[in-house]
Design a protein around this ligand. Sequence first.
Ligand code: AMP
Length: 299
Amino acid sequence: MEKIEKMATSGNEELKPVLITDPEEMRRRLNELRKEGKTVGLVPTMGALHYGHLSLAIAAKNETDVSVVSIFVNPTQFAPGEDFDKYPRTLDADLELLSQLGIDFVFAPSASAMYPAGFDASVHIGGVAKILEGECRPTHFDGVATVVLKLFNIVGPNIAYFGQKDFQQVAVVKKMVADLNVPVEIDMRPIIREKSGLAMSSRNEYLSAEERGQALVLSKALEKAEELIRSGVRDVSALYDEMKRVIETAPSAKIDYIYVADPDSLEEMERVAGNVVILLAVRVGATRLIDNRIVEPQR
Ligand code: AMP
């Protein structure tokens, strides 16, 4: 994180990203650059940028010729009653951070540019999109898949960068790319955490100081599970009980799910055999938080 902090403050302030709001203009500008043989990297975000997002932007900047960060609070991935209206929108601060990194383009379309009157399409993903987040938020991943495919079609990236923070989202996007033959490489990057262990998230802004302390039970539970696996525990129900115990030390925490799975298929495991991903969703007060950890027992 210190490295990212340094990069975020040592950039050339004259390298302001070009802000584009019109999808057709975005496509046109990138087509021209692609004709010159340039590669394109895309980081899809909903803005309110923090170091987690910036780590992805830095990867795009370092690995492709033209870096694009999209900022779009996508209405179709929020269900009625979720936090679409109160989701933080901080475009000016976001642009400032990205200009310090030397990002080339920010694509920030309006909702009506992405979903004009009469818009009537949706990408539906089964299997990996049905469990966990898909069970708690049944319309969420179709909204994600639809907007991500639109962004891919507008930007045409060679590589798209996603955070492990939303592990299931990456699995859904990979499935969409495989099943629909979308010509893009999906690069998943590690979770960036605060020093306390709390996974960075735009939604952490909703937490009171007291809740922020209680939210540490997510990363602590995951750490505990890794420790147990490393000490030889293979029975998933024992891991589950111990993680539940850690989470329940926070009076405002309510578990939505704890899930131990094969990281490739997301199939649930009863015994740890090989690499696993442990996924958590926990409500702390009114805020729903997710976190996960990949454990490689042989390492
Ligand atoms: P969002 O703006 O929440 O849609 O996130 C945009 C991208 O940033 C997604 O690919 C997220 O997985 C990623 N991201 C969010 N938080 C973090 C984090 N703490 N570490 C790494 N990536 C993150």
